[in-house]
Design a protein around this ligand. Structure first.
Ligand code: AHR
Length: 498
């Protein structure tokens, strides 16, 4: 079977905002404790952070990490996480029915983020708290002068402000499971007033308002429109969340789930623009896809977890080969929408539905999904080019026309490089042709493929054999490149420009 990607230097979608490769750490399960922080681990540094985890986070090149939740956020008092650790309260976290020791809080996470070369995307609790706690937190983090909260920050050891730029106004407030769940009107009004107060403290911050928890929520659509009606003038991004799974064990349908993400983004963009038109606004609201991933493997285990433990294993999905292929399709979809999706957070980063896992007595290790994320995050920087795809399609239970080929190209002029990402969704090899239009290619610097594994095969701490390997199966001529995309494969082709 044949497929073709055609591009042209002058037909671009957008510059990639590096925050598209963000991730997420919530105080839940073993994400923080035994994940990023484990003072008794042999690799722990002077602050108790696991250096083996930090190394893998740096390999992923994550520019932004959303913190501290998630559902956890909606019952969290940020003040519990500052000041002397020995005086911090133990609290019941009602979202995950575990005990939070508050050993790690704002200052510790800030230190970790510096070591991980990443920015914090801070979230404020709009479940049990509100305007006051949110504006105090901005003052504590970002105010440079003298004031009650910024002085307290200094007393607690941080003289310089943290200068946190991106902030979330609550989490999944449309979900009945959320502590302090609200109607669109209740949330819209609260978010607008909170946003106003936060920007009065620091007008350089950017705010993300909650969209629906997923696209199949019964209030999807109405929620976005009403929330934007209240908040349009005060916020900068609307959030999207979505997790995918292969519960029905239908590979073809599962690999088409990225078409669902595509439709979701297109729909939410239209809603932002509808409110813009209605308000005759000059301002554009962009999107923050601040929770996305695959989540279903761990559900049965998690139902049996006893309540009120400290950092029990939760949401520890073990990702297989087919998950890595879908993750590649999802990344390509985010890039296709890089004109509107400016922030995205792979949820989450360590142990909890994560690319990085830890053994408390052993090493940190890489799940299958680590690789496509790492390659796109490192090499998908620059300008996304408009892809013209020629590919045969197939039909599944939920999708009429699924192209066998999913692909995108990113032009990185700084590195003098053009990078192509491609997934072959089919069980047959694809003869893949890339037409470069007016781009002159010097050579192929790297062609790497992830292919040839059993679809349900996973990596483990002992055996990490699911990883990309170099391929030489390509030919280059003046017009472009032709190569073989192996059946069911994730591919990256890096070309040097003339
Ligand atoms: O990432 C796990 C959970 O998924 C988050 O806490 C919540 O926001 C979402 O439902």
């Amino acid at each position: 079977m044949k497929a073709k990607l055609s591009i042209n230097k002058h037909f671009s979608i957008s510059e990639v905002d590096p925050r598209l490769y963000g991730s997420f750490i919530e105080h839940m399960g073993r994400a923080v404790y035994e994940g990023i922080y484990q003072p008794n681990h042999p690799s722990a540094d002077e602050n108790g952070f696991r250096k083996d985890v930090l190394e893998l986070v740096k390999e992923l090149n994550v520019p932004l990490v959303r913190y501290p939740g998630g559902n956890f956020l909606s019952g969290y008092n940020w003040e519990d996480g500052v000041g002397p650790v020995s005086e911090r309260p133990k609290r019941l976290d009602l979202a995950w029915r575990t005990t939070e020791t508050n050993e790690v809080g704002l200052h510790e996470f800030y230190e970790w983020a510096k070591k991980a070369d990443t920015e914090i995307n801070m979230a404020v609790n709009l479940g049990t708290r509100g305007i006051d706690a949110a504006r105090n937190l901005v003052e504590y983090c970002n105010y440079n002068g003298e004031s009650y909260w910024s002085d307290l920050r200094k007393e607690n050891g941080l003289n310089e402000p943290l200068n946190i730029k991106t902030w979330c106004l609550g989490n999944e407030m449309d979900g009945p499971w959320q502590i302090g769940h609200k109607t669109a009107e209740e949330y819209g009004r609260l978010a607008a007033e909170t946003a106003k107060a936060m920007k009065l403290v620091d007008d350089s911050i950017e705010l993300v308002v909650c969209g629906s928890s997923h696209s199949h929520m019964p209030t999807f659509g109405e929620w976005e429109l009403e929330v934007l009606e209240h908040t349009y003038d005060y916020v900068d991004y609307l959030s999207l969340h979505q997790y995918y799974g292969n519960q029905e064990d239908d590979l073809e349908n599962y690999l088409a789930r990225s078409l669902d993400m595509d439709e979701f983004i297109t729909g939410v963009t239209a809603m932002c623009d509808a409110i813009k038109a209605k308000k005759h606004s000059k301002k554009q609201i962009n999107l923050s896809f601040d929770e996305w991933n695959i989540w279903y493997h761990s559900n049965a285990h998690d139902e049996k977890v006893k309540p009120w433990q400290i950092a029990p294993p939760l949401l520890e999905d073990h990702y297989n080969f087919e998950d890595a292929l879908l993750l590649g399709c999802l990344l390509i979809t985010l890039l296709k929408h890089s004109d509107r999706v400016k922030i995205a957070c792979l949820a989450q980063l360590v142990n909890v539905i994560a690319p990085i896992m830890t053994n408390p007595e052993g090493e940190a290790w890489k799940q299958t999904i680590f690789y496509p994320f790492m390659q796109v995050s490192n090499y998908g920087r620059g300008t996304v080019l408009q892809p013209l795809i020629e590919s045969e399609t197939y039909a599944t239970k939920d999708f009429e026309k699924v192209p066998y080929l999913e692909s995108i190209a990113v032009l990185n002029e700084e590195e003098n490089e053009l990078v192509i990402f491609a997934v072959n969704r089919g069980r047959e090899a694809l003869d893949f042709e890339i037409g470069f239009g007016d781009l002159a290619i010097e050579a192929v610097a790297e062609f790497s493929q992830l292919s040839g594994f059993e679809i349900k095969e996973v990596n483990t701490e002992q055996d990490g054999r699911i990883k990309p390997v170099p391929s030489e199966e390509y030919t280059m001529n003046a017009a472009g490149i032709t190569c073989q995309l192996q059946p069911l494969s994730w591919n990256m082709i890096r070309c040097t420009l003339k």
